[in-house]
Design a protein around this ligand. Sequence first.
Ligand SMILES: NC(=O)C1=CN([C@@H]2O[C@H](COP(=O)(O)OP(=O)(O)OC[C@H]3O[C@@H](n4cnc5c(N)ncnc54)[C@H](OP(=O)(O)O)[C@@H]3O)[C@@H](O)[C@H]2O)[C@@H](O)CC1
Ligand SMILES: [K+]
Length: 206
Amino acid sequence: MKIYTSVQMREREQAAVDAGSSFEQLMENAGTAAASDILQHFPVPGRCLVVCGKGNNGGDGLVIARCLHAQGWQVDIVFLLGEQLTELAELNRQRLPQSNKLHIITMQQVSRQQPYELLIDGVFGTGFSGQLSDAVRQCMVQLNAMPGTRIALDMPTGLNCDTGQADADTFRADISYAFAAYKPAHLLAQAKPYCGQIVCLDIGIE
Ligand SMILES: NC(=O)C1=CN([C@@H]2O[C@H](COP(=O)(O)OP(=O)(O)OC[C@H]3O[C@@H](n4cnc5c(N)ncnc54)[C@H](OP(=O)(O)O)[C@@H]3O)[C@@H](O)[C@H]2O)[C@@H](O)CC1
Ligand SMILES: [K+]
């Protein structure tokens, strides 16, 4: 079992790029690996909400949004922290199709939608530290109260991947996809209520 801290993760990502991959490819691998596992568990297309932050965790969410849409899912996307995204996330935002089955909405609009089968958290991953802002905390409270299967990308938002320190309103995932390796927090008993089932996915990083 591989366990990498956020710093080790960045080093391994860089090593993979130095060996001939690219950050773009690693994000594509992360998103498509998660989407493929989701589609195995949920083969019938339904409704999915993807909540993205500004970082690469949100970029993974955008890859998944594209993959689920391609398989017939109705996808709603929230950019919780605005649309000034990292370069890789922006690249994947531009790859979203124009479609009446894919909409950018706000958290206020979420409460007026039909229920979702899947709620995907792409707000913060290994880049998170410190405290949740009020806006993010409110969003997590809202998501945690909604019906549907909750899926965290890499880490549930609110959980520090290195220390396991968790905000009381951390996203409560049913499934967490750990990209490339487990992070220290995944293995801590205190993080179990937030991580749910943890599935480690190969994304082309040793
Ligand atoms: N790199 C790669 O090749 C790959 C990466 N992958 C994916 O990327 C994820 C890591 O992405 P990431 O480094 O962009 O950080 P992310 O978790 O999205 O956070 C975004 C930003 O939030 C900020 N922030 C932090 N704390 C905060 C707080 N309390 N309140 C408010 N803001 C806060 C902080 O920015 P800062 O504040 O430091 O400017 C941070 O940069 C990783 O988990 C995996 O899912 C995969 O695709 C595989 C390939
Ligand atoms: K997340």
